[in-house]
Design a protein around this ligand. Structure first.
Ligand code: PLP
Ligand code: COI
Length: 365
């Protein structure tokens, strides 16, 4: 049981059911927010306190708050799904809570207990339950974050922090839905180096990625693929997603994903798919794939599909790969059968259409 008790202040000006239904039409990703949020404060020597579910609102911070200067900011992303038979469930929120703790540790921030993290999400979802979308492909995206709020310019870990949790009714992450994406292999920028913060969800990783994402867009691509920082040969991950490479086809296919070297994010979708692929009878492997292996494997017909996976985008096939040394298509630029099968299997569990054999579904309502 959590040692924190939350005060709950309902929004005094709730939107009408008609307006809400109108806003829930045409969902994109992360543009619409619900009517409540969670705040929890931390002060060194006092600990976590003042836990609140309250109306969604702006926050006010001192301009000297250290998050603005030295960037102690971490976040998470997970989803709540309307269940087939009614009710709402989140997917593996405990895993997100633990990754939030390891991000906090790397950034010298305080650890939020796992049960408080999960409880905060449960309370927010219960308060905003009418904002959980009900159509297939839609969900309530939950975005927990923690920032350093102490007003102090000395370079050291802050002594005060704010945990926030907001929720966004969301549809497909990519505007073109589940159509395959094109990727740009970034050779002049790196996302993360050994000993750095690549295996955490800290805001700075994303800030550092944006110029390469823009370069990818200028090259006509949807996403950037990151290589290792030292040799610049090994594929690490893609934008905000992990990657899987399918060797062979049918039931003898083998799924390979880059091993966790410390500079890529240990994705919860990646971890779930390693299990689900094995359930479906595929061999799985965490290994090293170089850009040359990728190009040669596709040329020789050994690599038959490549797909990206993450909370926001679920499974998104990679249809085309470009770099300064040329381009090639994968699976004719179309979605392959194994990506489609795994996507269906994962979504069926998340929406409660299949039994949850791995204890991943956390019932909220
Ligand atoms: N890699 C990066 C850089 C990400 O931001 C994400 C998204 O959270 C992922 C991978 C996929 O992780 P998950 O499956 O836990 O969402
Ligand atoms: C997610 O998949 O939840 C992410 O955090 C990726 C991106 C939106 C940052």
């Amino acid at each position: 049981m959590s040692a924190l008790s939350f005060s709950i202040t309902p929004n005094p000006n709730p939107v009408s059911p008609e307006t809400r239904e109108e806003r829930l039409k045409n969902l994109g990703f992360g543009r619409l927010f619900t009517e409540h949020m969670v705040q929890i404060r931390y002060v060194e020597g006092v600990g976590w306190h003042d836990a609140r579910v309250e109306p969604y609102q702006s926050i006010s911070l001192d301009p000297a708050a250290s998050v603005f200067h030295y960037g102690q900011a971490i976040f998470e992303g997970f989803k709540a799904f309307s269940q087939e038979g009614g009710g709402v469930a989140t997917f593996r929120p405990d895993a997100n809570a633990r990754r939030f703790q390891s991000s906090a540790e790397r950034l010298a921030m305080p650890s939020l207990p796992e049960d408080v993290f999960v409880q905060a999400a449960d309370l927010l979802i219960q308060q905003d339950q009418h904002w959980v979308p009900r159509r297939d492909g839609e969900s309530l995206y939950l975005r927990p974050l923690m920032i350093a709020t102490e007003a102090a310019l000395g370079v050291r870990p802050a002594r005060e922090y704010l945990f926030l949790l907001i929720a966004s009714p969301s549809g497909a992450y990519f505007p073109k839905g589940v159509r395959p994406v094109s990727v740009w292999i970034s050779k002049n920028y790196v996302r993360a180096a050994p000993g750095g913060t690549g295996d955490t969800k800290c805001a700075g990783n994303y800030a550092a990625s944006l110029v390469a994402q823009r370069q990818a867009n200028l090259a006509g691509c949807d996403q950037v693929v990151w290589l290792d920082a030292v040799k610049r040969t090994d594929v690490e991950e893609m934008g905000g997603m992990n990657l899987f490479f399918v060797y062979g086809s049918g039931k003898s296919a083998r799924l390979v994903t880059p091993r966790l070297t410390g500079s890529l994010l240990p994705g919860i979708t990646r971890d779930s798919l390693l299990t689900l692929a094995a359930d479906l009878g595929y061999a799985t492997e965490e290994g090293t794939i170089t850009v040359d292996d990728w190009r040669r494997g596709v040329d020789r017909g050994e690599i038959t599909e490549v797909f990206a996976c993450g909370t926001a985008a679920v499974i998104t096939p990679v249809g085309e790969v470009k770099s300064d040394s040329g381009s090639f298509l994968i699976h004719g630029g179309e979605t392959g059968p194994i990506a489609a099968e795994l996507r269906q299997r994962l979504l069926d569990i998340q929406y409660g259409r299949r039994p949850d054999e791995h204890g991943w579904v956390h019932r909220v309502i």
